[in-house]
Design a protein around this ligand. Sequence first.
Ligand SMILES: CC(=O)N[C@H]1[C@@H](OP(=O)(O)OP(=O)(O)OC[C@H]2O[C@@H](n3ccc(=O)[nH]c3=O)[C@H](O)[C@@H]2O)O[C@H](CO)[C@@H](O)[C@@H]1O
Length: 367
Amino acid sequence: MRIVVTGGGTGGHIYPALALIREINKVNKSAQFLYIGTEKGLESKLVPREDIPFKAIHITGFKRKLSFDNVKTVLRFLKGVKDSKRLLKEFKADVVIGTGGYVCGPVVYAAAKLGIPTIIHEQNSVPGLTNKFLSRYVDRIAVCFEEAKAFFPENKVVLTGNPRASEVLGQDQIRGKLSVGLKLNIPSVLVVGGSRGAKPINEAVLKSLSEFGQKPYQVLYVTGDVHYEEVKREVELIGNPENVIIKPFIHNMPEVLAGTDLTVARAGATTLAELTSLGIPSILIPSPYVTNNHQEKNARALTDHGAALLLLEKELTGKKLVEQIDSILMNKEKLAHMKASSKQLGIQDAAKRVYELMQEVIKKNRK
Ligand SMILES: CC(=O)N[C@H]1[C@@H](OP(=O)(O)OP(=O)(O)OC[C@H]2O[C@@H](n3ccc(=O)[nH]c3=O)[C@H](O)[C@@H]2O)O[C@H](CO)[C@@H](O)[C@@H]1O
């Protein structure tokens, strides 16, 4: 099977794609992959790390306001379609799957026009612009939230979940903890602001740093690559408590999550799929800067079922953050209840479901 995967911009679109590739590799040794992304997106760094063949096309996203830039974007889109068609023909793709981000636009559109079976994977409860546009042309739309179904043609949409939910299972939590310097016998809180970090979360953590030092739990605090140096400078002034470990980015997140008792995070859809797959309770601080406020809607899918607490960014303070962490970690009953609710929302066999959908569209195309 010759599979083209495309998706990019941020980790939330790239990690599901990488998880899908790894999971397919386990069951189909002869599968061949080509990843198409952009040079500027995080995918140009993450994909080659995994030894997956990577090709880049040049493309930019649409501005929501009407502007001359959009004319340039349309021209680039058409060029992107042309380049994608060439790559798809050269590779002789049997199926193309897009996992989100604007790079999917020309690649998946080109595939549909060439008559190659196509799938898009929508991680969020509310779809983005590119997937809405592509939904007209693709064979199937794989979604992760029941709520997302309403935005797509009924005959194409299938609830599969996020392949990352499958990948995070069965990991070695001891190795995960040791790899970042966490102690084995103390509860751990992971604080992470999505794949690129989040300044408001960093500010709140810095305000509570000394207080964390007094707590019977340990904190793994991930700043995001671009914020790391600044955070480090501030930490030097405040002092770094022994039970708070600070990292710019975690590359072995599945292992690290395995040893996590509670997570404080943005409400990116891929992070949520990982947390619910493992049954990790969370405190979610949705980014208010995303399209249609989709992170808050993602978060509510968990908070409505008691799997997470919601902390809106406008209400976020260092004090509130510590209070919420304590309210969960210091209350065994609440912790157990949240764990169970979280686990119930997980779709653990998501990778298998997406792979089956790929096989189905290929078969249908051959008939
Ligand atoms: C600002 C923005 O537009 N964010 C979107 C982006 O978020 P973002 O890229 O932050 O996505 P998610 O939070 O969904 O996923 C982040 C991914 O990066 C991984 N990770 C994160 C930090 C780290 O140090 N190491 C690591 O491996 C996580 O485990 C996860 O797999 O895509 C998501 C999925 O479509 C959307 O829901 C988010 O709204």
